[in-house]
Design a protein around this ligand. Structure first.
Ligand SMILES: Nc1ncnc2c1ncn2[C@@H]1O[C@H](COP(=O)(O)OP(=O)(O)OP(=O)(O)O)[C@@H](O)[C@H]1O
Ligand SMILES: [Mg+2]
Length: 463
């Protein structure tokens, strides 16, 4: 009995001992795994922090390569990135290790097509491991032989389904073949995933920077073009101004010089009439009188040209003016000159404008003078000065219910000496509206007229 008890005790304690040993080794393995996990987490955390702070591809490669080297104790690591416009061409972003020189010279650019390893990465989007490059069918044997390549691992760098490139490592020569555990490959994939985010951010940053630079260049080009255009406009305006001034000076001096011989013709024809009138006979006297009338008309035209050129040559004195007050004063003058006419004037209050009061008075004198003249035959003449709004712009107008004109001729109105009515109907030289147009144009404005034969006319202007 005792023997039985003793042997049972022995079996139980042996069994317990074994169980304890097994548990202890399990605990040790578990503890090792935990510490490995903690080390990986620590490396990855440091990597994430470094990537977050990365401001260039160089910072990215430094962070990534040092994480891989620290964890996998490997001498040579690299990152290739797909070029944005050619996704099947990979460019070497970085290479860290003693083989850098060779790789930079021979494989700085990789073409996916024809490269079995890269094609596999592209299609499977998984890590590709070549344990022994010398025997693996996916490698270029000449290159492997020359560079003594042994083990190669490449993992894809993927961001939101886009393959941005690959992260790789390798062993060479004496380092021999290296068998990577599934945990080590998972670690590399983890590094690649973290790198992807930063690579993508950097790429977007560079693209937006490039876009900004391109936009800046385009803006600069537009600015230069505008400047050039501005200068050309300035030059042309100056040339035009010069030509205009010359033309004005020319017409002024011609008109001025013409007056003297005209006076002679007038004076001598008068002398002819006075001294030899009885010898000329009736017909001869009438002819000389016609000559005098013609000469006087011509003198009148010349005076008008001189007035026009005075108007456009003088300095402008721009101030705030009340056009209604000016129109009212013109109306009073017109009425005083022909008090017997039956004319209803209406001058409504208008917005003040900036302009030269003297010039604007001349413009209103001509517009209202025309309205006065061309309503001569109306039973009750109605002349209105006011303002209206066309397309959001304030437009002033002078309207009348007089003879009007054919709307088809409206373009001719403002040409100097252009008249739409005969002298017999309405007297005039045809310089009034040309003067008004010059005045309004000098104010940077526009003028146009509307009319209907027998019904009246309206002249609109904006200044
Ligand atoms: N209110 C109007 N009604 C009808 N026709 C007009 C009116 N204003 C101008 N016109 C037409 O336009 C022509 C040119 O006008 P403008 O004022 O330039 O010349 P004018 O009045 O004939 O002569 P001037 O003003 O030089 O004495 C006029 O001859 C006339 O045919
Ligand atoms: Mg006139």
């Amino acid at each position: 009995m005792t023997a039985l008890l003793a042997s049972s005790f022995f079996v139980i304690s042996a069994w317990l001992g074994l169980a304890l040993v097994r548990q202890r080794s399990q605990t040790l393995a578990y503890a090792k795994k935990l510490s490995e996990n903690r080390r990986d987490t620590d490396i990855l955390l440091r990597l994430s922090k470094a990537l977050e702070e990365a401001r260039s591809y160089y910072d990215i490669q430094l962070a990534t390569n040092s994480a891989v080297m620290e964890r996998l104790k490997i001498n040579n690591t690299w990152i290739y990135l797909a070029t944005p416009d050619k996704p099947d061409v990979l460019e070497l972003l970085s290479f860290v290790g003693d083989r850098e020189g060779v790789i930079r010279t021979h494989t700085a650019t990789l073409h996916v097509k024809g490269d079995a390893m890269l094609e596999e990465i592209m299609s499977s989007r998984n890590a590709v491991v070549v344990e022994d490059a010398r025997t693996d069918p996916r490698t270029n044997k000449d290159f492997v032989e020359k560079e003594k390549i042994r083990t190669l691992v490449n993992v894809p760098i993927i961001m939101a389904d886009r393959l941005l490139g690959c992260l790789g490592l390798g062993t060479f020569g004496d380092e021999g073949i290296r068998r990577f555990s599934p945990e080590e490959i998972i670690f590399m994939e983890d590094v690649a995933t973290r790198t992807a985010v930063t690579v993508d951010r950097q790429r977007q940053f560079l693209i937006s920077q490039q876009e900004q630079e391109e936009r800046k260049k385009a803006e600069e080009a537009v600015r230069n073009l505008n400047k050039e255009l501005d200068e050309r406009v300035k030059l042309r305006t100056a040339a035009l101004d010069e030509a205009n001034k010359e033309l004005q000076a020319f017409s002024y001096s011609v008109s001025h010089d013409l007056r003297t011989p005209l006076r002679w013709v007038d004076g001598f024809s008068q002398a002819l009439l006075e001294d030899y009138g009885d010898k000329l006979g009736d017909k001869g006297r009438r002819t000389v009188e016609r000559i005098r009338a013609g000469v006087q008309k011509m003198a009148g035209l010349i005076d008008d040209i001189l007035k026009l050129s005075h108007l456009t040559r003088g300095e402008m004195h721009v101030e705030e003016i009340n056009l209604t007050a000016l129109a009212e004063s013109v109306a009073r003058e017109l009425t005083a000159l022909e008090p017997n006419r039956n004319v209803e004037f209406s001058c409504v209050k208008t917005h003040p404008v900036n302009g030269d009061a003297k010039l604007m008075r001349v413009a209103l004198e001509n517009l209202m003078g025309n309205a006065w003249k061309f309503t001569r035959n109306a039973q009750t003449a109605k002349i209105e000065f006011g303002e209206t709004s066309i397309g959001g712009e304030t437009v002033f107008f002078v309207s009348d219910n007089g003879a009007g004109f054919d709307q088809a001729d409206k373009e001719k109105l403002f040409n100097p000496f252009q008249r739409l009515h005969s002298d017999a109907e309405f007297e005039g030289t045809g310089i009034g509206l040309a003067t008004v147009k010059r005045i309004i144009t000098r104010h940077g404005g526009r003028i146009w007229g509307d009319g209907e034969t027998g019904k009246g006319a309206v002249f609109y202007f904006i200044i």
